[in-house]
Design a protein around this ligand. Sequence first.
Ligand code: NG6
Ligand code: CA
Length: 491
Amino acid sequence: MSSAGALAAAQSRPNVVLIYADDIGYGDLGCYGATAVKTPNLDRLARQGLRFTDAHSSSATCTPSRYSMLTGEYAWRKKGTGVLPGDARLIIDPANLSWPGMMKQAGYRTGVVGKWHLGLGNGNLNWNEDIKPGPLEIGFDSAFLMPATGDRVPCVYVKDRNVVGLDPKDPIRVDYTKPIGDEPTGKKNPELLKVHPSHGHDMAIVNGVSRIGYMTGGKSALWIDEDMAQRFVDAAGEFIEESRKAPFFLYFATHDIHVPRVPNRRFAGKTTMGPRGDAIAELDWTVGEVMKHLKRHGLVNNTIVMFSSDNGPVVDDGYKDDAVARLGSHRPAGKLRGGKYSNFEGGTRVPLIVNWPAGIKPGVSDALVGQQDFFRSFASFAGQKLAPDQAADSVDVMSAILGKSKVGRDWIVEHSRALSIRKGEYKLIEANPGVRIAANTNQEIGSGDQAQLYKLSDDLGETKDLSASMPDKVAELSALLAKVKQGPVPQ
Ligand code: NG6
Ligand code: CA
């Protein structure tokens, strides 16, 4: 296609905005059954769009889910894709086409705002110079990032390739192995903290919150947790404004509701659940603000807005923020067992809402879809051909995403400490001996000395292990899982 032809084709295409929340569970939103927190903006998006009941992040933690989603390759195939420290190198190979790179080829303007957590640079990064490779090298035209997580240093924003607001006379240093100089730490100086750790998180202190990792310098660039949601909304607004004439793809990854949960003052006390509930209220506000930005430019009708989460919920993830004490009857994973870090469904089955007034009829879909499928699905939607070895674990489920088909994937692999496989009504969790409940987070890992088998159609809560009575099913699913482990199996 000529470039003018490509442009004309692109102009008839809807924009794509993915709002990717952090640690939001299957039961954390009103539209998925929560009553202890109000999520009117998300509920509206769901009511006027398609709400999925069986959508999955690829993993039960952040980095691998994001890696799989952006590359279309299961993260567990590649070493070094576990939860990353804030000084990790970029784990996505710029030589391979990624989801944003494909969107760019299809004529979209591409941007990322928010949590990255996929590493930056090539190792030994100097935060005071140009930061690369990073999102701009894998196909994003613009970036406004939190480099890793809210609980990991460096606690600064990066715009495109530079730390925002950095004073060159006060350079940033980051170390994940030892304290730098005699800077205060959460461990030595708890009197300086406004939010205290419950486990880990006792290193560098920034904004009265101790984090993972040590940093010094960059004082003028340090973030203020309470302002973070606003900063991200503003950056998303800027990107939408700059891109309003082109079709655009925005990957907007919120910090909410990851720890430390320090929402803006205006959300404090919005729920009876303390900061975890208030962070959900802030997340819902964020969604409303993004919609307002789209509305201001008349873009709501022709934008596909998707909302999902990188992994299931966790209550105590390392800070004393009252989340356990004030949970009440709220069930963060809804009817599912387990949550973040778990091989039970609560680990990866997450909310997915897809809203496109011009193209999607409102409803509920039970189709099985994975976030790693977005890449191939949107490639087919945008008319981009992918070779079989590109995005090799990604399945084209676009007709399910658009509500034209009730059927998504045939089977899916879920990843936490071990792998699980889902096919039809059954789910197999491979044998993975070890503690059943993680000591600090009190999360059920899904471990077991033998493989476990559940029939989800009768037993969504995974309470009855059928492995002993159904050896043939165990063998069938184990064989499929073994095959997928060896390499991508198309479906
Ligand atoms: C864990 C952290 C937890 C969280 C998680 C990653 C400790 C004790 N716990 O190691 O707080 O940061 O990593 O979360 O440090 S994720 O959603 O980014 O995967
Ligand atoms: Ca997460």
